[in-house]
Ligand binder design. Structure first.
Ligand code: NAP
Length: 279
């Protein structure tokens, strides 16, 4: 190699190392985010696209999905959406077909979609309310996983991440026992399939958020927000992105040896000493 060529090669190498894409943690990866049209999901989509992933988001409301895709695309992110229902296995399979057609593979599944339920004490809870909550929040997780498995198995690579909750797996949530039961079930499902899928180089983990400062919560009075924050040693609610960074770690190559685990992102709220402390 003559001197001029060697100089050119070293210049190109240093350019590649210094450009942001070389440092991006999800560069070249393709991620599906279920329920990607609202609060936490938008945070995850923003963090993942900023880290170089190509993302497909899914929910039932096209105008919300379109708004998120427009915003993230303007910032340079690569992102598409599909309007689908998590309670239909056919819809979930179709979401995977769309993703493969669009981006060629599926490396990461982040399952977030959650139904909204009015508080109801167990004494008054109807069978339909219970069944509906489990259908979206637990069976939906099963469908999402089933739909990506054959692709991930063929690739011998996959990262599956559930957005669970501290409610259920760590603490009770009065008047939302159906939600808490589904999230506890999700953690048991996560740990069990982590063992089964390890041989295909597919890891399965969860993130358990605590109280997040979402758009809905911002409409409450300062007193209500302060009251919630009083139970948290860090002294404030989680921002959407602080949860998303836990998802980012689990989706990244740094987490290759982490499976069957869940990361609690709650500012210390569920530590046993919390309720006896002055902070
Ligand atoms: P959210 O704002 O209520 O968003 C829920 C998403 O799921 C929406 O995009 C919704 O869109 C979609 N969805 C609901 N049912 C669906 C269905 N059948 N098919 C497809 N999509 C569906 O939720 P979030 O507060 O951001 O919470 C996200 C995740 O974090 C959830 O798993 C939740 O349990 C967990 N979490 C949240 C908090 C918190 O403080 N917010 C705390 C702990 C855990 P459409 O309704 O338009 O379909």
């Amino acid at each position: 190699m003559n001197l001029r060529v060697a100089f050119l090669v070293s210049l190109i190498r240093s350019f590649i190392n210094s450009t942001s894409f070389a440092a991006k943690r999800l560069y070249g990866k393709v991620a599906i985010i279920t329920g990607g049209s609202k609060r936490i999901e938008v945070g995850i989509a923003e963090v993942f696209t900023a880290e170089g992933a190509k993302v497909v988001i899914l929910s039932r409301t096209e105008k919300d999905l379109k708004r998120v895709v427009d915003n993230i695309s303007k910032q340079g992110g690569i992102i598409s959406y599909v309007v689908r229902d998590i309670t239909s296995l056919a819809d979930m399979k179709n979401m995977v077909d769309f993703t493969i057609k669009q981006y060629g593979r599926v490396d990461i599944l982040v399952h977030n979609a959650v139904g909204i339920y009015l508080p109801v004490p167990i004494i008054k809870m109807a069978n339909e309310e219970w069944e509906e909550a489990l259908k979206t929040n637990l069976t939906g997780a099963f469908y999402a996983v089933k739909s990506v498995l054959s692709t991930m198995e063929k690739q011998k690579y996959g990262r599956i991440i559930f957005t669970s909750s501290i409610s259920g797996p760590r603490v009770g949530l009065q008047t939302k026992s159906h939600y808490a039961a589904a999230k506890s079930g999700m953690n048991g499902f996560m740990r069990s399939i982590a063992i089964e899928l390890a041989k295909y180089n597919i890891t399965v983990n969860a993130v358990e958020p605590g109280n997040i400062m979402t758009e809905g919560l911002k409409n409450n009075s300062i007193e209500v927000i302060k009251e919630r924050a009083r139970a948290i040693p860090i002294g404030r609610l989680d921002t959407v992105k602080e949860t998303a960074y836990a998802h980012l770690f689990l989706a990244s190559d740094e987490a290759a040896y982490t499976t069957g685990q869940s990361i609690i992102v709650d500012g210390g709220q569920t530590l046993p000493e919390t309720h006896f402390s002055e902070f």
